[in-house]
Design a protein around this ligand. Structure first.
Ligand code: SF4
Ligand code: SF4
Ligand code: FES
Length: 255
């Protein structure tokens, strides 16, 4: 039985135009629009907050906790915290980045991640965040799980060795594709992604053009015969670190 996170709203609400107030991110005041989360407001102003489960086209879920900031003195996930006038947000601190490294380390040791042999290397948000946050190598023991690889679909395979349980595919399938093909099964360390049929992804209505096929931050949902269309060395994070596109908004000269 799959457990699908509860729906909050069908599609992500667009922020209302115009500044509703200001928050302060690492000492700098920035405007926010009504309806924006702390993470959205910081993105718009060019301040990158690390994240893995947040995606600009999907409702936030607050699953990964990578975006945790100190907000008005208390730790809170920036992706699910609405911006409120006068908020004080700490993001780039040694303490928060150390916590983020710990979360990343747990993700690495709870799955099977061998970047050198992975089709997503250079295009993977987990790998890119590890580089950005200076996680050189995990110090915790690897758990070496043995999850099932599902290659039953003609155009897509599912490699649960890489899954970080971010729920992006669940939200995309449910809210954007209207299919609800994915869910979570079991709990705690046994939690895993489920496609609702023991025959595998090939027995579902999953299509290569579905939103759910394109939102995975790692190499768990992979389009077959497409992995090396962009060669190594030319991929998203091969030349610039993750978050550089957001930070470029801050550095861009005002028109
Ligand atoms: S999914 Fe990302 S972190 Fe995992 S092995 Fe592939 S490149 Fe490395
Ligand atoms: S398959 Fe990808 S998108 Fe879905 S939960 Fe796993 S890591 Fe996230
Ligand atoms: S990005 Fe906020 S909890 Fe994952």
């Amino acid at each position: 039985m799959s457990a699908v996170p509860p729906v909050t709203t069908k599609t992500r609400a667009a922020p209302e135009p115009g500044a509703a107030g200001h928050i302060t991110i690492d000492g700098t005041p920035i405007p926010f629009a009504a309806g924006q989360s702390v993470l959205d407001a910081c993105d718009a102003a060019g301040y990158y907050i690390p994240r893995l489960c947040a995606h600009p086209d999907l409702e936030p879920a607050g699953h990964c906790r990578l975006c945790t900031c100190k907000i008005n003195g208390r730790n809170a996930a920036a992706c699910v915290t609405p911006a409120v006038n006068g908020m004080l947000v700490e993001n780039s601190t040694n303490e928060l980045n150390a916590d983020r490294r710990t979360v990343l380390e747990l993700l690495f040791v709870e799955g099977n991640h061998v970047c050198a042999y992975c089709v997503a290397s250079g295009d993977c948000e987990l790998q890119a965040l590890a580089y950005r946050l200076d996680l050189i190598a995990p110090t915790l023991p690897y758990l070496w799980p043995t999850p099932r690889v599902d290659a039953s679909h003609p155009d897509i395979y599912l490699d649960r060795n890489r899954c970080i349980l971010c729920s992006r595919c669940i939200r995309a399938s449910r809210d954007e594709d209207g299919k609800t093909l994915f869910g979570f099964q079991e709990r705690g360390i046994a939690l895993r992604l489920n496609v609702g049929t023991k025959e595998g992804l090939g027995a579902t209505t999953m299509d290569v053009l579905d939103k759910a096929a394109s939102v995975c931050p790692v190499a768990c949902i992979v389009i077959k015969r497409d992995s090396y269309r962009v060669p190594n060395g030319e991929r998203r994070f091969d030349k610039t670190p993750i978050g550089a596109d957001i930070e470029a908004r801050r550095k861009a000269p005002k028109p």
